[in-house]
Design a protein around this ligand. Structure first.
Ligand code: AMP
Length: 143
């Protein structure tokens, strides 16, 4: 299974925010949409960063609640690792494990084409393993 197949099944909807969105606005969207990360884009819709709930918890612990008035650009991770539509489930699992993050934006021709979360990875990995087990059982039953 690859990224393209996962996006086809889960959809390509992706929550983004501009560079000057405040951390309070980001927190509201994370809570309302029940998601863990938002991709930060510029006026040309190019990816400039990613902000996750972990970044917000860390900066709150360090600086206190006043930091919620700061722009997302001051806290987001700028070096965003992304994947392509042809990447496999194994490749994106490896990228998340190595990078220690749970969100992977998908880029197509330099533009945002979706996002894969660790929840999606687990879900589709389990269904892949189940399909393999079923095929194996059928093979054993008919030999
Ligand atoms: P997460 O596990 O996704 O909540 O993110 C943990 C940390 O990694 C946070 O500092 C995020 O800003 C950062 N992060 C999340 N996704 C990515 C990504 N695709 N590329 C680079 N950093 C990321």
């Amino acid at each position: 299974m690859n990224v393209s197949a996962i996006l086809k099944a889960k959809g390509r909807e992706i929550e983004t925010a501009p560079l000057d969105a405040t951390l309070k606005e980001i927190t509201d969207v994370l809570a309302k949409r029940r998601i863990g990360a938002i991709v930060v884009i510029d006026a040309d819709k190019r990816v400039q960063g990613i902000i996750s709930e972990r970044d917000i918890i860390r900066v709150l612990a360090k600086s206190g609640a006043d930091v919620l008035a700061s722009p997302v650009s001051s806290v987001m991770t700028r070096n965003v690792i992304s994947c392509g539509e042809n990447d496999t489930l194994d490749q994106i699992m490896a990228a998340m494990t190595t990078g220690r993050f749970r969100h992977l934006p998908v880029l197509k021709d330099g533009k945002l084409a979706g996002i894969i979360s660790i929840g999606d990875v687990v879900k589709y990995h389990i269904s892949e393993v189940e399909m393999e087990a079923t095929a194996m059982r059928e093979y054993i039953a008919h030999t």
